[in-house]
Design a protein around this ligand. Structure first.
Ligand code: AGP
Length: 616
């Protein structure tokens, strides 16, 4: 979603800001802008479309200043126009602001400001906030304890309802940035004679690896040499400086055409990283360092509740299946966006899990807060170290797969599947699973990187299929049991990057409606394994075939499909049910990717989508 970069230091700000904005492009946006303090005033350029469209506009301004900010906007209030792009400047020209989030009470603020003579050039809530800061600045008296600039921002935010991550510049205090957050992530970068702020580490990691994760309700005041953090309501807080563990090369393509392709092929290594050091010495169970719950406490829970969004929810659904199967414990999964408002009756001994690659998805965060408010313990499965969800959870499991840039989640998903399987094993071994069954699953999980490598060898074959199938406008994805969520994931992957309409269903459910779509024009992707459901899935395939639907079968190598039933077969290695969902995912990731490439789609920046969804 929207991206933020702010800089104050000794170097020219514009190139650093533009580079930072490019590093945030993966998050999804529809316009971009920059403001730099130049010859005693703010020079501002804003443009719809990509950062590449903004660059020539910025170049015309010959920006040499060392104090500035930039923004990529994903429209919420107001259409995609140059005027609505950020930064916004107050009507008295003194305050410049960039903002992620939504100010819900902006209409009443605007009415108040119009009455005071402030004027507006855009339809945004951000410009209202900007003018309200200018209003408070004008009223603020000098105070020996705090800069007028910080006080004006603080007073304004006390009136703001909704969510925000903001960076503010002020013409009366050039060389100072004020930044604050509530619900939208912000990270301070502490450099050598320079200070930075960004909505994502990716934007600043090329300049510094020393960062401070700002918390909700905090305001930071940055100059090139120092930074101070206070809360909205009270005094100074002592910040914790963290070290970012990944480097800028993690955000480069390394010879791949797209980040999605790079991340698909990184999966064997990503799986190794996700399980490293996480099996017990006797090789019969998994171990996790950060659960903050003892084995005894874990055994005491009667139920598990998972909440997540999108792809992460699909990983929860697979985990539900494995946990119920291995550990015989009831598990529920819910869309985080629904859970937070459903006010669902919950059993007392329930342990909560949230799953989120970014750790910033607003609905997942809100679901977690709701569960905590009711007194439940919440553990987070999350990839981004230091994210809001990771910090607010009672404990959790990091995915450790490195920076995922592609909007379409790939390596994060398969590592979530792996962690879900490991967690199921851990819970099962605390209950009734035997030592030898545990050993068998550990061995299977350890073998998953090699199985994924084998599945990836089908890339050229799948590319050929993609060329033949890219012309279709609708597709069905069908699977059963643990492969049903993989059908959902296959459909989501295809639609998000190729814009082909796709639906995922449990294969048998097809007869209750979706079969009406089946014709020569609507192919179906089936997931087939040789296990207990084989005959039933074959029957569903026959029902499609009888209606002239084309069939792509993602089938384990030991499946003996009736001759001529599938039009295309993508073989995957035979494997244990704990790793089958991981292995079955690879062909549909590749299929979606190659179809999107065939159609000339912007694979890493699909329209209307954002990498982390930080607005409701
Ligand atoms: C993944 O391909 C999607 N773009 C999307 O569904 C994503 O999984 C969802 O927004 C949740 O994100 P999170 O894991 O960062 O919470």
């Amino acid at each position: 979603m929207c991206g933020i970069v702010g800089y104050v230091g000794k170097h020219k700000a514009a190139p650093l800001i533009l580079e930072g904005l490019k590093r945030l492009e993966y998050r999804g946006y529809d316009s971009a802008g920059i403001a730099v303090w130049q010859d005693g005033k703010f020079a501002v350029a804003k443009k719809t479309g990509r950062v590449a469209n903004l660059e020539p506009e910025a170049a015309k301004l010959r920006l040499t200043g060392t104090y500035g900010m930039g923004h990529t906007r994903w429209a919420t209030h107001g259409g995609v126009t140059d005027a609505n792009a950020h930064p916004h400047v107050s009507s008295d020209g003194k305050i410049v602001l960039i903002h992620n989030g939504v100010i819900e009470n902006y209409a009443s603020m605007k009415k108040f400001l119009l009455g005071k003579g402030y004027t507006f050039k855009s339809e945004t809530d951000t410009e209202v906030l900007c003018n309200l800061i200018a209003y408070h600045l004008a009223k603020e008296a000098e105070d020996p304890d705090e800069s007028r600039f910080v006080s004006a921002v603080r007073k304004t935010l006390r009136h703001a309802e909704g969510t925000y991550g903001i960076v503010v510049m002020c013409s009366e205090m050039p060389g100072e940035l004020v930044t604050a957050r509530k619900g939208s992530p912000l990270i301070l970068g502490i450099g050598d004679g320079e200070s930075l702020v960004a909505s994502d580490v990716a934007a600043i990691v090329s300049r510094t690896q020393s960062v401070v994760y700002l918390k909700d309700g905090e305001i930071a005041h940055l100059t090139p040499q120092r930074f101070a953090i206070t809360t909205l309501t009270s005094g100074e807080v002592s910040p914790v400086i963290d070290k970012v563990t990944w480097s800028i090369s993690d955000a480069d393509l390394n010879g791949h055409a797209h980040f999605m392709e790079k991340e698909i092929f990184e999966q064997p290594a990503a799986l190794e990283n996700a399980m490293r050091g996480r099996f017990s010495e006797d090789g019969s169970t998994a171990n996790f360092g950060g659960l903050n719950i003892t084995a005894g406490e874990f055994r005491g829970f009667d139920r598990f509740q998972f909440c997540a969004c999108g792809t992460a929810l699909h990983a929860c659904m697979v985990t539900e299946h494995l946990m119920e199967r291995f550990a015989r414990v009831p598990v529920e999964c819910d869309y985080a966006s629904e859970f937070r408002y459903r006010n669902m009756p919950l059993f007392r001994n329930t342990l909560f899990f949230v799953m989120s690659q970014s750790g910033e998805t607003i609905d997942t965060l809100a679901a977690m807060r709701e569960a905590k408010r009711k007194g439940y313990k919440v553990l987070a499965i999350n990839n981004v170290v230091g994210s809001t969800i990771a910090r607010e959870a009672d404990g959790g499991i990091y995915q450790h797969v490195g920076h995922e840039v592609g909007v379409a989640s790939t390596k994060a998903f398969t590592s979530q599947l792996l962690i879900g399987a490991m967690l199921s094993l851990y819970v099962a071994r605390l209950r009734d699973m035997s030592f030898s069954e545990g050993v068998e699953i550990v061995q299977a999980l350890k073998g998953s990187p090699e199985l994924v490598r084998t599945a990836l060898q089908q890339a050229e074959h799948i590319k050929g299929i993609a060329k033949r199938y890219a012309k279709y406008r609708d597709m069905l994805f069908l699977g059963r049991l643990s492969l049903y969520p993989i059908a959902l994931e296959g459909a989501l992957k295809l639609k998000e990057i190729s814009y082909i309409h796709a639906e995922g269903y449990p294969a048998a459910e097809m007869k209750h409606g979706p079969i009406a779509l089946v014709s020569e024009e609507c192919p179906a992707v089936f997931f087939v394994s040789s296990g207990e459901m084989f005959n039933k899935v074959v029957s569903s395939m026959q029902e499609i075939k009888a209606r002239k639907g084309k069939i792509i079968a993602v089938a384990t190598a030991d499946c003996k499909l009736p001759e001529g039933l599938a039009d295309e077969v993508i073989p995957i290695p035979e494997c244990h049910e704990a790793v089958l969902p991981i292995v079955a995912t690879i062909p549909v990731q590749l299929l979606s990717y190659y179809v999107a490439v065939e159609l000339g789609r912007d694979v890493d920046k699909p329209r209307n989508l954002a990498k982390s969804v930080t607005v409701e």
